[in-house]
Design a protein around this ligand. Sequence first.
Ligand code: THG
Length: 563
Amino acid sequence: MKILFLTHAFNSLSQRLYLELTGRGHEVSIEFDISDAVALEAVAMHRPDLIVAPFLKRAIHEKIWREQVCLIVHPGIRGDRGPSALDWAILNDEQEWGVTVLQAAAEMDAGSIWASANFPMRAASKSSLYRDEVTEAATTAVLEAVGKFEVGNFMPEPLDYAQPDVRGQWRPAVRQEDRAIDWLRDNTATVLRKIRSADGFPGVLDEVLGEACYLYNAHSETGLRGVPGEVIAHCNGNICRATVDGAVWIGHLKMKQEREPPFKLPAAMVLGKKLAGVTEAEGSWRDIRYEEKNGVGYLHFEFYNGAMSTAQCERLLQAYREATRRDTKVIVLAGGADFWSNGIHLNLIEAADSPADESWRNINAMNDLVLAILATDSHLIIAALQGNAGAGGVFLALAADRVVARKGVVLNPHYKAMGNLYGSEYWTYLLPRRVGAERAGEITGNRLPVGATQAKQLGLIDDCFGSDAAGFRCGVEVLAESLLADVPTLLAKKRAERCLDEQKKPLSVYRAEELAQMKRNFYGFDPSYHVARYNFVHKVPHSRTPRHLALHRRIGGNRRSQI
Ligand code: THG
């Protein structure tokens, strides 16, 4: 079928649905919801059999939904309506939530229901739930709805609150008052729910050390205590605030004032000198965490949005070196629960006095990390991708000896979308080594997401398994422990291959060649990378849909090379 995605952006959920549908042979073209005129034009050009809205904030024009079926992916249970579905589910401490696929009609979210899928709620942020449970449920429900549409005679169920399985209701947009924190009354669980309900966007408006700012990225702290509301510690950019019954770490802040910088940054950096009197102390929550089980080392790195700053790369490298000095034979690089890695930290680069210099430092810190993994001959290294990876983050994974991913993971193994960035992280060695030169060119050139299943077929990764987080972690443990017996043989093979590759072309040459290109991106006459980074960090709305996504707008037809 010809399907048109009408969407606010090509976000992680849209990418996943795109992969699932194209993987089933559908021809999916994408248009960003820029204006009614643009949407109407896209429908006229693509002439789709079906329109799907994976992530839409505005009403679909009547002319569109009157003439064709438009399926809206709503992140709420049957009967739930409104723009803040997941926010309310977290604030109200719902025990079960879901995704409903409904048909667009005049009244927002009140159209007939095509499919729905529910899941048990987890104590996590809105973005984390969205990337995991919501994405899985949406995939199930959309595939079911598209299947029903294809068969042809399905009658969707009109919204009827008298039905016992229609348990939702209309809820307005959440206001800041609805999630304002009362530090003298709210316990840790309540503070966490409020911040998590707003994570990603818009954040909880609060005051920290006299500064009005939005809070993001909260974790509970079990060891430190203090006067409720006060900042009692800071560590690695995070700040710790006491609650009435414990404390919470807050990782990121965004200033409310229009003055600089109006985007999310590590909390300690935003507060700067104001933190002078606050003690530096480690607590029970850490972004980098190491554990051992049955002779296997597990290194976790939970970096917000998967962005890795220069300092984080350096701390991770240090933690990695310590792990390689342990009496283990296999190390699992586990990344974070939501993201494996997305490479360099664009927000911090944007905030730096010299973004070019900070880009340079950050990419070199990433490269040092990749090099350390590639050079390890004491341990077998497994990259275990629980969450998505993009750009340099993908190639960081490819430095490992085995690369495995959860089935639902989406990879973006390319840099070009960021202002035609050339990229480094030894990708010119790592990518052709896995998929060959021709495919490497296709993958980096066409700038499309690659699903875990497709990545395995391409040889980009070794395996994918686990339909949920727990299943994947279990599979990783089994894999890691099963390799223990073969480590001497595998390491001998690894040393021999590395030695041969080094003779053919030293890693230092790959690095120098990549960095020569990157120098042009950072310091050259073409400012494309700096412009693209500015637009990304400042969330400048899209003004057009990139041509590699809007197939219906491509001159010379609708086809793309199928990798
Ligand atoms: N029918 C049509 N178009 C749609 C939907 C539909 N477009 C997508 C939409 N469903 C997704 N759901 C909603 C529901 C309510 C609101 C927005 C999207 C909403 N918006 C407020 C407004 O537009 O004034 C603003 C809310 C805010 O502050 O964010 O209420 O079923 N045809």
